[in-house]
Design a protein around this ligand. Structure first.
Ligand code: NAP
Length: 548
C-alpha cells in the first residue's frame, strides 16, 4: 500500500521535506517544480511511512486504500507522473535543501534582530512571516486592513474545500508567536502611510494580493446582476465588505465567463445541494439564498478551446463527482469535440471526454435538475437587460447568440491595486521588483500576487516568499536596510492613535473562539462574523475575560 496526493495539493512541498525516500516529485530543486498542477507520490518507491500525510497542511495525502470514491483516480494520476520517468536515485536518508532553507547561512550568528513589517495576512504574507520567525531572530509586525487575519484563505477558498482551509490553521500558529506584534484593521495608505510604516521598521514586506477584479469592457457590464466572480466569492465567504443583498439567485440560468478555478468554484457553489454546504463555514446569508435559489443551470464560457481551459484537472475531476449535477459540453463549435477527442491523457480537456455533448437551445428554460454546460470558443459581447441582467449576447461558430440569464459573473482573473507610496506597473497590475525588492525603494519588498500577478494556489507563495525573504536578508547582511527611526512599540501607539479599534493577537483569538462557538451550535466549523462592527465587537470580548 502506498500513499497518493489528491485534489487539495497546495504544492508547498512540506511533504517533500519530510519524505525519507525522495518519492515525492517534483521537488523544489527540480526544474518542473511550480509548473505541475500538483506533486505526486511514486508508488514504486513509497515506503508507506505516512510522514507526508502527517506533515501535509491541507490533508491532501491519503493512503491509496483509503481513497474515497471521488479520489480513486488519484492512485493512477500519481502513478502516471512516473510512467515515463527513470526512478529517482535513493541513497539512504534524503535531506532536501527545502527542509533547511539556504538564507540563514548568510546571516552571521550574532546578527542583531531586525524589525520587519508584513502587510497582508494571507498565504503570501504568512509564508514570509513564517520564514522570518522560524529561521531568523527577526521581530515581525503583522498588519492587515481588515480586523481579522487570513486574506484569501478566509475569504477566497471555497467553503466546500475545508482541507485547503487547513493551511490557515498552520499560519494561525504564528499569530501568537512571541516575536509577532499584530495590528489588524489598519490600512497602509489610509490610516498610516508607507513612509510611516517604513520609518518604524528595518524592512517592510507588502503581501497585499490582487484584490481588484478585471473588466471585460462590454456594454451592459455594470447592469445589476452583472458582477465579478470575486464579489460572489466574497459574498459566500462572509466578507464584511460585501453585503448579503449583493447577489440575487432568483434566475434559473447563470452565465459565467472564464474557465479557471475561480469559475469552477462559483459554478460548483451555485449548483451544489445546499444541504451539503450546511456543514461548512459558508456565510449564513449565502446558505439561506442558496436554499431558496432558482438556479438550475450554469453556463461556463471559455474564449478558447478545451485544450486551453484554465482550470486544473484536479478541480475539474472533483466537479465530475459532484452529486446530483450533470455536466455537459455545448458542441456548437466543431473545434470543441475535436480538441476533447484528441486531448492528452491526464489533461483537463481529457476529463470532458465522457460528458454528453449537446446543442443547447437557449430559447428554452433549463430542464429539471441541476447542470453545468461548458461552452468553448465563445465570449460575451454584451450584457442585455433593462433594470438588471436578462441575457448575455455571446459569440459562437454560427454567429452571435443570446443566452437568457438573470446573473452574469465574470471570472476572468484578479488584478492588483496600487499601494500608495509604492511604484506600480499598470499593465501587469503588480509592483515592479528585483527578487522581491521593490524597484528604487531600499528596505521595501513584495511577495505573492502583488509581486508576480494573480496566479498559483496557496503553496506557490512558499517559494515566492523564500525568494523575497532571501533578498531581504541579503540586504540586511549587506547593511542596505535603512534603520528605523522609532523604537519597537511606537508603531502600535501610532496605529492606535489613528484607528479606534485595532485588533491584536488576543482580539483575533477572541474572534476565532466566538466564531467556532457559534458554529458548534449549528454543527458547523465556524459561523463567521460578516460585518466590520461585529468582528471588532467579537475581538473586544477578550477584554471581558479578565484574568483574576
Ligand atoms: P485564471 O486561472 O487566470 O483564469 C482566468 C480565466 O478567464 C481564463 O479562462 C481566461 O481565459 C479567462 N479570461 C481572461 N480574460 C478574459 C476576457 N477578456 N474574456 C474572456 N475570458 C477571459 O484565474 P482565476 O480563475 O481567477 O484563478 C486565479 C488563480 O487562483 C489561479 O492560479 C487558480 O488556479 C487559483 N485558484 C485555485 C483554486 C483551487 O486550487 N481550488 C481556486 C481558486 C483559484 P484565457 O485562458 O483564454 O486567458
Amino acid at each position: 500500500m502506498t500513499y497518493a496526493i489528491t485534489q487539495t495539493c497546495c504544492s508547498d512541498a512540506t511533504c517533500v521535506a519530510v519524505c525519507p525516500v525522495n518519492c515525492i516529485h517534483p521537488t523544489p530543486e527540480e526544474q518542473a517544480f511550480g509548473s505541475t498542477e500538483m506533486l505526486y507520490v511514486d508508488p514504486a518507491t513509497c515506503i508507506d511511512c505516512g510522514a507526508c500525510a502527517d506533515a501535509c497542511p491541507v490533508d491532501a495525502v491519503v493512503p491509496v486504500d483509503s481513497l474515497s470514491a471521488a479520489q480513486k483516480e488519484y492512485a493512477g494520476i500519481n502513478a502516471a507522473y512516473y510512467a515515463d520517468r527513470a526512478p529517482e536515485p535513493v541513497a539512504g536518508p534524503v535531506f532536501h535543501a527545502w527542509g533547511a532553507p539556504s538564507y540563514p547561512r548568510s546571516l552571521p550568528h550574532d546578527f542583531a534582530p531586525i524589525r520587519v513589517a508584513v502587510v497582508g495576512t494571507g498565504p503570501a504574507g504568512m509564508y514570509a512571516a513564517e520564514d522570518l520567525l522560524l529561521h531568523t531572530n527577526a521581530e515581525v509586525t503583522l498588519v492587515d486592513r481588515l480586523p481579522v487575519a487570513g486574506g484569501l484563505v478566509r475569504y477566497g477558498v471555497a467553503p466546500d474545500h475545508p482541507a485547503t482551509k487547513g493551511a490557515g490553521e498552520v499560519f494561525a500558529r504564528f499569530h501568537a508567536h512571541p516575536r509577532v506584534r499584530m495590528h489588524l484593521g489598519v490600512e497602509v495608505g489610509k490610516d498610516v502611510t508607507a513612509e510611516e510604516l517604513a520609518a518604524h521598521h528595518d524592512a517592510v514586506i507588502y503581501a497585499v494580493g490582487a484584490s481588484a477584479d478585471r473588466r471585460l469592457g462590454i456594454p451592459g457590464e455594470d447592469l445589476p446582476g452583472s458582477i465579478p466572480a470575486t464579489s460572489f466569492v466574497s459574498w459566500y465567504n462572509a466578507h464584511p465588505e460585501v453585503p448579503p443583498e449583493a447577489v440575487g439567485l432568483s434566475a434559473e440560468r447563470v452565465v459565467v465567463t472564464g474557465n479557471g478555478n475561480v469559475a469552477l468554484d462559483v459554478a460548483r457553489i451555485l449548483v451544489t445541494d445546499p444541504a451539503a454546504l450546511a456543514g461548512t463555514d459558508i456565510a449564513g446569508h449565502a446558505l439561506a439564498a442558496l436554499r431558496e435559489s432558482g438556479v438550475r443551470e450554469v453556463v461556463l464560457l471559455g474564449r478558447r478551446g478545451p485544450e486551453d481551459t484554465a482550470c486544473t484537472a484536479s478541480e475539474l475531476l472533483a466537479l465530475t463527482h459532484l452529486p446530483g449535477v450533470e455536466l455537459m459540453v455545448d458542441d456548437q463549435d466543431p473545434r470543441t469535440g475535436a480538441a476533447i477527442d484528441g486531448a492528452a491523457p491526464g489533461s483537463a480537456a481529457a476529463l470532458l471526454r465522457g460528458l454528453p455533448r449537446v446543442t443547447a437551445d437557449w430559447s428554452q428554460p433549463p430542464p429539471a435538475g441541476r447542470r453545468i454546460v461548458f461552452r468553448f470558443h465563445s465570449s460575451p459581447v454584451e450584457v442585455l437587460g433593462r433594470d438588471g441582467v436578462e441575457a448575455v449576447r455571446v459569440t459562437g461558430a454560427a454567429g452571435e447568440e443570446e443566452i437568457p440569464a438573470g446573473l452574469f459573473l465574470r471570472a476572468i482573473g484578479y488584478r492588483g491595486r496600487p499601494v500608495p507610496g509604492l511604484p506600480f506597473d499598470e499593465t501587469a497590475g503588480t509592483v515592479p521588483h528585483e527578487g522581491g525588492r521593490v524597484t528604487g525603494m531600499p528596505g521595501t519588498y513584495v511577495v505573492g500576487w502583488i509581486k508576480r500577478g494573480p496566479s498559483g494556489g496557496i503553496g506557490a507563495n512558499r517559494t515566492c516568499a523564500a525568494e523575497t525573504v532571501g533578498t531581504l536578508l541579503a540586504d540586511a547582511v549587506a547593511g542596505a536596510l535603512p534603520s528605523p527611526a522609532y523604537p519597537a512599540k511606537a508603531f502600535g501607539r501610532l496605529a492606535r492613535r489613528r484607528v479606534r479599534q485595532v485588533v491584536d493577537a488576543r482580539g483575533l483569538a477572541a474572534i476565532d473562539r466566538a466564531e467556532r462557538s457559534r458554529g458548534a451550535e449549528h454543527g458547523r466549523p465556524r459561523v463567521k462574523f460578516d460585518t466590520l462592527p461585529a468582528l471588532v465587537a467579537a475581538a473586544r470580548t477578550h477584554r471581558l475575560r479578565s484574568p483574576r
